[in-house]
Design a binder for this molecule. Structure first.
Ligand code: FES
Ligand code: FES
Length: 206
């Protein structure tokens, strides 16, 4: 039989061991949680820095730039594609227009991250295609180019319009050009060129 003194001593040792184990378990759980949180944070940082990949004028490209950077700057600074120009920088003039999956967008308002896995075509890429060359010839034939500042954006708008509507009415053509400003031509010559393209070169846009 244990004496009273022994029993008190045992009880004290037992409580001490219990407290130590409890503290160790707490530390382990805490370390595990910290490690999980840290790993999640690392992944978040890693994801936010991941590369954006897209197809630019037919070629697969990737960019490590900040996904919020403007597509206009990526094209001009990183790829030397200066055909898209900054006019207003606010989505009003169409000078920076490019095709995104064959739809016209203002690259000054398009963040890099939004083109992930998409196809971007600039005026340089369009000009190399049969469609682009046909648009260029029609613009020349119909006197649609004067100072030329709006012309790349107008050609992009034309390709976008005819790609989605092979037989546009005059009103639809004017609406298709409504995001692109021209201070020289009064638009009529551009509209006529597009009417010709729709009437005579319809097979190109099917
Ligand atoms: S510069 Fe982009 S719309 Fe004017
Ligand atoms: S041709 Fe000069 S702005 Fe259109």
């Amino acid at each position: 039989m244990l004496s009273g003194a022994n029993s008190a001593a045992n009880s004290e040792i037992y409580n001490k061991i219990k407290s130590e184990i409890s503290s160790k378990v707490s530390n382990e759980v805490s370390n595990e949680m910290n490690s999980e949180l840290s790993s999640k944070a690392n992944n978040t940082v890693k994801n936010s820095m991941s590369k954006v990949t897209f197809v630019l004028n037919g070629q697969a490209v990737e960019s490590s730039e900040n996904p919020t950077k403007r597509l206009l700057d990526i094209l001009r600074e990183d790829h030397g594609l200066v055909g898209a120009k900054e006019g207003c920088g606010e989505g009003e003039c169409g000078g920076c227009a490019v095709l995104l999956d064959y739809k016209i967008v203002n690259s000054c308002l398009t963040p890099l991250g939004s083109v992930q896995d998409k196809q971007v075509i600039t005026i340089e890429g369009l000009s190399l295609s049969t469609e682009g060359q046909t648009i260029k010839k029609a613009f020349e034939d119909y006197g649609s180019v004067q100072c030329g500042i709006c012309t790349p954006g107008m050609m992009i708008a034309t390709a976008s319009l005819l790609h989605h509507n092979q037989k546009p009415t005059e009103a639809e053509i004017r609406e298709g050009l409504s995001g692109n400003l021209c201070r020289c031509t009064g638009y009529n010559m551009i509209v006529k060129a597009i009417q010709y393209l729709a009437d005579e070169k319809g097979e190109l846009w099917c």
